[in-house]
Write a protein that binds this ligand. Sequence first.
Ligand code: ATP
Ligand code: MG
Length: 557
Amino acid sequence: METTKPAPASSGNFIKQIVIDDLKTGKVSEVVTRFPPEPNGYLHIGHAKSICLNFELADEFGGRTHLRFDDTNPVKEDTEYVQSIQEDVKWLGFEWEKLFFASDFFEEMYERALVLIKKGKAYVCDLTAEQIRETRGTLTAPGEDSPYRNRSVEENLDLFERMRKGEFANGEKVLRAKIDMASPNVNLRDPVLYRIAHATHHNTGDKWCIYPMYDYAHPLEDAIEGITHSICTLEFADHRPLYDWVIRECEMACVPQQYEFGRLNVTNTVMSKRKLKLLVDEQVVDGWDDPRMPTISGLRRKGYTPEAIREFCREIGVVKSNNSTVDEKLLEHFIREDLKLKAPRTMAVLQPLKVVITNYPEGQVEQLDAEINPENEAMGIRQIPFSREIYIEQDDFMEEPVKGYHRLYPGNEVRLKHAYFIKCEDVVKDADGRVVELHCTYDPETKSGSGFTGRKVKGTLHWVEASQAKPAEFRLYEPLILDESAGESDDFLSNLNPNSLQTLQGFVEENMNGAEAQDKFQFFRHGYFNVDSKHSGAEKLVFNRIVSLKSSFDPKK
Ligand code: ATP
Ligand code: MG
């Protein structure tokens, strides 16, 4: 599959050019944008693109941005989602000027529908949803007029009022716009404006049993709030004539303009609330904020920072022409960049193997100096204990080394980061023949920082002093979906990666005792890790790997 190369950050975006022109010609005197999520799930990285676009556009021109819950569907919406969406937008670093619920405008929307009916621009139709679909025509054939299309204004007013009062069952009647059943744009073939849904709404309770459709509600919400630039994704481009029709025929004072941009997709994951909810409901993941999820809350729990996500959104740019699928490695690139100078470096052993240094004095513990971040000297130095017993990584030892293996094996000498050279002298095995302990010797002359140049070794290992080591759990992640683009299909559940989570029990340096939820570190040779906000505690630290150290991805290529 082709993934889209990111647009250079300097190229700006085409919507920004429209705003500049509109301000110059006086078409608008200020910029008002909105981010209008439907509260039917948690926000994902695709929404982040829309959030950054709307808020940054208004910010740049001294305008304002509203957060609006597009809550016109009573069945799928929930206050849990309303809460999480606000938290995520704030966490990304944005402040809305005003907060609205589309449902606050239901009364005005109803009044505007009466305006349409009185003008002969809307009618109550008794066709079923299926009949409406069947009479809609196709791209090449016109639709058929509904037998109810020519009801009188009086009859329509009466029926619509009775729809509101609850006299009819779900699906028995709808209100339709009277536009043109032969329009080449299928969206203009008498679209449904209101439907009946006897359901309790999270905000309005049981006050309403008729609910406006998106294509009717959205333009009115924009106009009522005084939005100047209404930015949405490409699939709404064909709805734009209907958007303009609603604003015009409902005689709204404010005339917002809709602009469309390409949706963001990321490889090896799913990007729709509906599909993400399925992963949660089927318990494929441990909730919406599972670190494998592309949700804002999942990325946060994994250890992403708002800065990295914002930079990512800037880099991918805003293109008009197509939806773009971006390689997830680009997202990883930005978190590495962000944490490079910020995250303290420490050592962690993920799969421990005990090493006894037989010539080191028993009972002695010395403190060694180690930089906290060699790329950022201002972070200073820390002290790490060293003694006769340490842990190293199991795969840093091979009893029978393969060619080119420079780490520990019987008779070989390696460097311990920040400490000494050690040499493997002996191997201890359990009854099954598994190596459970190594006996090594160390050379006091080779102490790190002593300027020792006597001889060289090829391997440098990380380690943790055993008596003070702090137990820790490490969670390593792989993409949720095996195939790059399988997340875009409805059959994505059959393409799940069985190894998306690997859990290991090991140790971290003793000085990480005070590590708190969401603290971020670079573990030498392993990558960047974040203290898990749900499961980490005083007795055992739990770390999520954010990203490994190296990437094959070069965004400049
Ligand atoms: P989903 O299918 O994930 O539910 P949606 O478009 O239905 O997405 P909304 O809650 O209606 O979600 O979206 C709020 C805003 O976020 C809309 O303006 C929408 O266009 C934008 N948005 C949603 N998904 C993406 C995406 N993948 N890339 C860019 N913008 C997106
Ligand atoms: Mg939606």
